[in-house]
Design a protein around this ligand. Structure first.
Ligand SMILES: [Zn+2]
Ligand SMILES: [Zn+2]
Length: 258
């Protein structure tokens, strides 16, 4: 564990967004914040960043992953010209590096993921297109690290945050794992043990409730169960996926927050 001041600087601690996400979000606050950040990054990539020399250099070299290409393409009030201008210079740089790219596998210089040993963070093998690197993924990872660090800083220093978090549904499984990996930088061994205990009991309770809701959801597809009340089961599939894998389905979290 390091001094609080140096950690604050190293991680660029910013507690307000984490507090806001906890207050306003219905599910995992870190997922809600990640998604909100992702939407903002896409907006920025199509806006000011198109003309910013620094971000153009990065985009020219690295480009965007498939998921973020889709988000750029489908962005509300889209900017096809901005997207096309970025892709034009990325295409030109890719052409100039073609022989090297064929030898090294991907614009990021990494070997094509499908044939690389090891797995990605989500546990599945990466496809070659995913391993190509993405400026938005890189920025999003950096911001997510900052959110997790700010969460742990709040947990250690703010009793009101601890109390509010304990009343909430808690973080999803991947974010719980990420927080525990980062926890030694912020919490003493005793604090880590307490924090881990809370995460485990919160997750155990959340997964048990999801199991019952998802089971009800499947029962409702049987015509003999039309009289069975839905209870909380209507969005059980989305909530189960989001809690096990991180938010990716259903209503956009923090959509109306700016
Ligand atoms: Zn999450
Ligand atoms: Zn990406």
């Amino acid at each position: 564990m390091q001094g609080a001041g140096s950690l604050r600087m190293r991680y660029h601690i910013d507690t307000i967004p984490v507090w806001d996400a906890l207050k306003h979000g219905a599910g995992c606050p870190l997922c809600a914040l990640r998604r909100k950040t992702e939407r903002r990054l896409v907006e920025r990539a199509l806006g000011a960043s198109v003309m910013s020399p620094d971000s153009r250099i990065k985009v020219n070299r690295t480009g965007f992953c498939r998921t973020h290409q889709q988000m750029l393409y489908n962005a509300p009030g889209g900017n096809r010209l901005g997207h096309a201008l970025m892709m034009l210079s990325h295409l030109q740089e890719t052409r100039s590096r073609l022989p090297r790219l064929l030898d090294t596998g991907a614009p990021g210089g990494k070997l094509a993921g499908l044939f690389r040993k090891g797995k990605d963070a989500s546990g599945g093998p990466r496809s070659p297109a995913d391993s190509a690197g993405c400026v938005l993924c890189e920025e999003l990872d950096e911001q997510s690290r900052r959110h997790a660090a700010s969460f742990l800083h709040l947990w250690k220093t703010d009793a009101a945050f601890q109390a509010a978090y304990q009343q909430s549904v808690g973080v999803c499984l991947p974010d719980a794992q990420a927080l525990l990996l980062l926890a030694p930088d912020f919490l003493s061994a005793r604090e880590q043990a307490g924090f881990r205990g809370l995460l485990e009991s919160q997750l155990a309770a959340a997964l048990q409730a999801l199991e019952s809701d998802l089971s009800r959801f499947t029962q409702k597809s049987d015509y003999r169960n039309t009289e069975l009340p839905w209870g909380d089961a209507k969005d059980a599939l989305e909530r189960t996926v989001n809690h096990l894998r991180g938010w990716c389905l259903g209503k956009e979290p923090l959509k109306d927050e700016r």
